[in-house]
Design a protein around this ligand. Structure first.
Ligand SMILES: Cc1cc2nc3c(=O)[nH]c(=O)nc-3n(C[C@H](O)[C@H](O)[C@H](O)COP(=O)(O)OP(=O)(O)OC[C@H]3O[C@@H](n4cnc5c(N)ncnc54)[C@H](O)[C@@H]3O)c2cc1C
Length: 381
């Protein structure tokens, strides 16, 4: 089979590895716009059981990636100067560039060709030639999706909060969410170590806070200095680092139809999942697994693409919907910060509706007990 993949992110690389591993006679080329040794962002986090989802389908990839991940069993909520560690929330993280480099090595070893610096801007591009299958794995701003929104039934929901993806050399001992009141409003940092010497430090604010702080008129250096002042106690003298970082709004993307002709969308091109539940990369890789499974089950490409959507829709939509509830909690963080720190942490834990009181108690009996002292009615069982 001749397969051309647009985009060498986790979705495209994972799909290429699975296909080529099963049948080395496949002719697979990945066209990646960027260079081999650079990417956007810093580290990414995986929630719950990290890469367990990958183990059954690609043990080799699981073994390749797992040793490079930073892991910790708890998360910490910081409400101004009150730290509330919450047990029972395992996370793992890895640098995005490290993850990609490992995946590049894996797919190239299997025989896939990756063309770096190879942007594809049109489906009529000759480099896609007479491919049997074209996989649009080119991320949230996919031109394939944007140029075919009507046939795909694409919807966008641009969210009001502003976020900026920074890093820092301060290494944190757990995944932390730090919320600090300022004269302009509440600032939130999602921060966690992703290597022995680096952490992600993603700053998020409500739109009104962003306007009051005048970020609209601030240059990148002053923006960093401002965030460093807000989070001075958390950074402990370490600098905030930029990687072409800029303020962005989050687009919630969905498509009713996932393919047309011999073209299929996977990963962020197909749908975005807010970073607050740490599942975007995992979902991108799970899309790849589902597409590979569908191609193994079905003889023709159209049948396989229909099967892909059928296989994947329900499990994916569940997480996508949870992420959409989660992001809304951050859109009211100013209101939530008026809560007592224990209530605040509890509100965070239960924000998507997937964790109820019994589950809080199972994960962290101390937090549940502290909450019950404030709200005895919660202790009904
Ligand atoms: C601020 C932020 C924080 C995040 N944090 C997390 C996290 O903690 N955990 C997590 O799991 N996920 C996180 N995510 C989401 C995660 O990064 C994505 O879900 C994941 O990268 C999707 O993988 P993908 O392969 O679909 O797309 P991408 O990783 O976006 O890869 C797409 C690739 O396509 C290439 N490309 C684009 N256009 C073209 C073109 N025209 N021609 C050729 N190549 C092209 C790009 O250069 C890129 O390499 C975060 C996202 C953001 C924005």
């Amino acid at each position: 089979m001749k397969i051309r993949i647009i985009g060498g992110g986790p979705a495209g690389l994972c799909f290429a590895a699975l296909m080529q591993r099963d049948d080395p006679s496949h002719d697979i080329v990945i066209h990646e716009r960027g260079p081999r040794n650079a990417t956007w962002g810093f580290g990414v986090v995986f929630s719950d059981r990290a890469l367990d989802f990958l183990r059954a389908d690609d043990e080799a990839m699981y073994r390749l990636l797992t040793p490079h991940m930073e892991t910790w069993p708890n998360l910490t909520i910081v409400h101004n100067d009150t730290r509330i560690p919450i047990a029972g929330n395992g996370f793992a993280a890895i640098g995005r560039l490290k993850l990609l480099s490992l995946l590049y090595a894996r797919v190239e070893e299997l025989g896939v060709r990756i063309e770096f610096g190879s942007a594809i801007e049109s489906l009529a591009d000759q480099r896609l030639g007479d491919a049997d299958l074209i996989v649009a794995a080119n991320g949230a701003a996919s031109f394939v999706r944007q140029e075919n929104e009507q046939r795909l039934g694409t919807t966008y929901d641009w969210r009001p909060n502003k976020f900026i993806w920074y890093g820092t050399s301060r290494v944190f001992d757990s995944l932390s969410l730090t919320f600090r009141d300022t004269e302009h409003g509440v600032f939130c940092a999602h921060h966690y170590r992703y290597s022995p010497s680096m952490s992600t430090f993603l700053v998020e604010v409500e739109e009104d806070t962003w306007k009051r702080a005048d970020f609209d008129h601030m240059n990148p250096e002053d923006t960093i200095r401002h965030c460093e002042r807000v989070f001075a106690k958390d950074l402990g003298g370490h600098p905030i680092l930029s990687n072409n970082s800029c303020w962005r709004n989050y687009p919630v993307v969905w498509n009713e139809r996932w393919s047309f002709d011999n073209v299929v969308l996977v990963g962020d091109a197909l749908r975005t999942v807010h970073f607050s539940i740490g599942s975007g990369t995992r979902l991108a890789m799970e899309d790849a697994i589902a597409l590979w499974t569908a191609l193994r089950e079905k003889r023709s490409v159209p049948d396989a693409l229909a099967r892909f959507q059928k296989l994947r829709l329900v499990p994916m939509k569940k997480i996508w919907a949870a992420a959409n509830v989660s992001l809304r909690w951050y859109e009211h963080m100013g209101e939530h910060m008026k809560l007592d720190p224990v209530e605040f942490a509890y509100s965070y834990m239960t924000r998507t509706g997937r964790v109820d009181h019994a589950e809080v108690r199972r994960r962290d009996p101390a937090l549940a007990a502290a909450y019950e002292r404030l709200h005895p009615e919660a202790n009904v069982s």
